[in-house]
Write a protein that binds this ligand. Structure first.
Ligand code: C2O
Ligand code: CU
Length: 484
């Protein structure tokens, strides 16, 4: 008996395989691998998987589950293994990872490994209708991929608005030789507090969307968040991250919010940025940084100022209340101190990746120009498309042409923004080079802002390129990049 990674299998069949396993070579371990993990909130790693021998095997069960926000309410959300944020998936760079995803939701789902190149494994990318058929309720799907590149990544549902029902979790790939030293590490998942069921809202005019109040038309967006969470906690019962005086702690920041960018700073401490979207950068020390939806930064903080200091998470272009966690020195007494935060905010131009994306020197073989805009009334700003849509070159996905590229090409993408909002644009299956930094998600500034990035087409398949504002994505700001 053999089962390829990627083959959907019905729950019933999985249970039969497990039940009939005794005494039949090769089946026993499958039964073990498909056993249900009763311990909600933990990931079960199975020591001896039988088919294909990955280095790590995890199981994620997506189901409706109560989410209990520290300092807030309990509400019915959707989770992996009953936990929000979902359980950490961790591997060492280069290892083969298998994740068995079981769908206990009332609707279909998939999981995308945000930041994993999934080289040679396009079918493992988790995009419904593009790289796989969505996993039906009651079914399972076996994902497998190489843990590359190293760094801080995450996983999330790629179906509809499920990300905003909290189907998300961290995915950490440890480097074999880190270029910075640190004594401890913590992962911080930044997110909106949104106990209601997510739905696309339509705002009239541009109020709250960059200060262009009074314009005609309607613009699809997110429901207003009622707060900012760090690892599922509000400021009234904040998440605490320990640091020891004289030591260095690495903080892995993940913006998992559907629709909010955040500015991050820590009272009385500076932030040394060491990694951007996974890969290492020349360490650069700043006071604050902005992180768009889908982006990750790793920072190292020096333990040189004992106390209990706020880690401040301020929503950008949003009226949602700020989030706060605590950087807590061992032995510091209760309460939270107040200190100062300096004024140097990280810019993309400050970032220099240690290993540039290969093959992107010189001039590109192909340049692709893309314009981001809102349909309808925004047409007067150079866009087209219908009211209630966000478009790329006037087209709203799925009624949009694929972007065709060829294996081996050096591709340059120039993205211009004809809307007032910022858009964090994410390319699946590749890390690209923007200036001196290698990333997979890059925020295009509002009001005619522009970014340009290069990559070599070295991973054939069909890959999504989209805005990581979930509600822009849901209403059309998506293209398929297809190798021909
Ligand atoms: Cu993090 Cu296409 O997504
Ligand atoms: Cu957007």
């Amino acid at each position: 008996m053999s089962r390829e990674a990627g083959s959907p299998i019905g729950r019933r069949r999985a249970l039969q395989i497990g039940a009939g396993a005794a005494g039949v070579a090769g089946l026993g371990a499958v039964g073990v691998a498909l056993r249900s993990d009763g311990d909600a909130g933990t990931v079960s790693a199975y020591p001896e998987p039988e088919y294909g021998d990955p280095d790590r095997t995890y199981r994620l069960t997506a189901s409706e589950h109560e989410i209990d926000i520290a300092g807030g309410d309990s509400y019915d959300g959707w989770t992996y293994n009953g936990a929000y944020p979902g359980p950490e998936i961790r591997a060492v760079e280069g290892e083969r990872v298998r994740v068995v995803v079981e769908n206990d939701l009332p609707e279909e789902t998939t999981v995308h490994w945000h930041g994993m190149t999934v080289r040679g494994d396009n079918a493992m990318d988790g995009v419904p209708g593009v790289t796989q058929e969505a996993i039906a309720p009651g079914d399972e799907f076996v994902y497998e991929f190489d843990a590359e590149p190293a760094g801080t990544h995450w996983y999330h549902s790629h179906v509809g608005l499920q990300l905003d029902r909290e189907l998300l979790g961290p995915l950490v790939v440890e480097e074999r030789n880190p270029h910075v030293e640190y004594d401890a590490e913590h992962t911080l998942i930044l997110d909106e507090y949104l106990p209601e069921e997510p739905r696309v809202e339509t705002a009239d005019g541009m109020d709250g969307m960059g200060g262009m109040g009074g314009m005609e038309g309607s613009f699809p967006g997110a429901p207003p968040a009622s707060g900012t969470l760090v690892n599922g906690a509000l400021p009234s019962d904040p998440a605490e991250f320990e640091i020891t005086e004289g030591e260095r702690v690495r903080l892995r920041l993940i913006n998992a919010a559907a629709a909010t960018m955040y500015a991050v700073g820590i009272d009385d401490h500076r932030l040394t940025v060491t990694h951007a979207d996974g890969p290492a950068v020349d360490p650069v020390t700043v006071d604050t940084l902005e992180i768009g939806m889908g982006e990750r930064y790793d920072i190292v903080v020096e333990g040189d100022s004992p106390g209990r200091w706020p880690i401040r998470i301020a929503p950008v272009d949003s009226v949602a209340p700020a989030g706060r966690a605590v950087l807590a020195y061992e032995d510091a007494t209760d309460g939270i101190d107040e200190g100062a935060i300096g004024g140097h905010r990280l810019q993309y131009a400050d970032l220099r990746s240690l290993a540039p994306a290969p093959g992107v020197g010189g001039s590109p073989d192909r340049t692709i120009d893309l314009e981001l805009s809102a349909g309808g009334a925004m047409g007067m700003m150079g866009g087209s498309g219908d009211d209630g849509e966000w478009t790329i070159n006037g087209q709203a996905f799925p009624d949009a042409d694929p972007i065709r590229i060829q294996e081996g090409e050096h591709v340059r993408v120039r993205v211009r923004n004809r809307s007032p909002m910022r858009h964090p644009m994410h390319l699946h299956g590749h890390h690209f080079q923007a200036g001196d930094v290698v990333k997979d998600t890059i925020t295009v500034p509002g009001h005619m802002g522009q970014v340009e990035f290069d990559f070599v087409a070295d991973n054939s398949g069909k890959w999504l390129f989209h805005c990581h504002h979930l509600y822009h994505m849901e209403t059309g700001m998506v293209r398929i990049v297809e190798y021909v």
